[in-house]
Design a binder for this molecule. Structure first.
Ligand SMILES: O=C(O)c1ccccc1NCC(=O)[C@H](O)[C@H](O)COP(=O)(O)O
Length: 213
């Protein structure tokens, strides 16, 4: 089985971006959602984007954002991918893909087999389906360090490119890849010392563990 692609989400500082690049991650996630402790203000995005050139793809994460917000972030961060993490519909995803000419990824919250089955609605509308843990009502829709029961993915017939997120960290990512065969793994709080504070050592350990799976 080839090593999974790796996405480190919620990067906000040049120092951690450099650590992500040094660890040879494939994708870096910039969160454009003001309620997140990992929110990247638009004014910070150009400098972060400039550091990534030729090293790692830039994924912009949005939660039910409007057209203007997404367009500003695409320009400021020179995004390569749009990741939708809210209640967006397949039609909205397809519209954004056409408007920006960028791949669109959709996070699908999972707590049951029915949630995994619902991912079928996204096949064709998006370029990658990211299975993530369903979070409690009233909390952030992601980045909570919660894992779901990975055995639920046994029913997923991989009819579209997909990835695994939710509670992944250096200690469990290898097992997660072995059990699910995930072609992409995504982490945020699993490589942090506190909410929103990434740790370069944990980023390196996560990437090494994912590749060794
Ligand atoms: O990271 C956030 O703060 C965030 C806020 C709102 C929506 C999504 C968010 N993160 C999404 C991610 O891509 C995370 O990597 C994914 O949910 C996994 O998070 P974690 O369980 O903390 O590894």
């Amino acid at each position: 089985m080839p090593a999974p692609a790796i996405k480190i989400c919620g990067v906000t500082t040049p120092a951690i971006l450099d650590a992500v690049i040094a660890a040879r991650a494939d994708h870096v996630g910039f969160v454009f959602f003001a309620k997140s402790p990992r929110h990247v203000p638009l004014r910070d995005a150009p400098a972060l984007a400039a550091r990534t050139e030729g090293h790692v793809s830039r994924v912009g994460l949005f939660v039910d954002a409007d057209d203007a917000m997404i367009a500003e972030a695409v320009a400021a961060a020179r995004l390569d991918v749009l990741q939708l993490h809210g209640e967006e519909s397949p039609e909205r995803a397809a519209q954004l893909r056409a408007r920006h000419g960028l791949p669109v990824w959709k996070a699908v919250p999972v707590a049951s087999a029915a949630d995994v089955a619902r991912a079928a609605a996204w096949v064709g509308a998006v370029d990658l389906i990211l299975f993530d843990a369903k979070t409690p009502k009233g909390t952030l829709p992601g980045g909570m360090g919660l894992a779901f029961d990975w055995s639920l993915l046994a029913g997923w017939k991989a009819r579209a490119p997909w990835g695994l997120a939710g509670g992944l960290n250096p200690a469990n990512v290898a097992e997660a890849v072995r059990l699910t065969g995930a072609p992409l793994v995504d982490t945020s709080s699993g490589v942090e010392s506190a909410p929103g504070v990434k740790d370069a050592g944990l980023v390196a350990a996560f990437c090494a563990a994912a590749r060794a799976a």
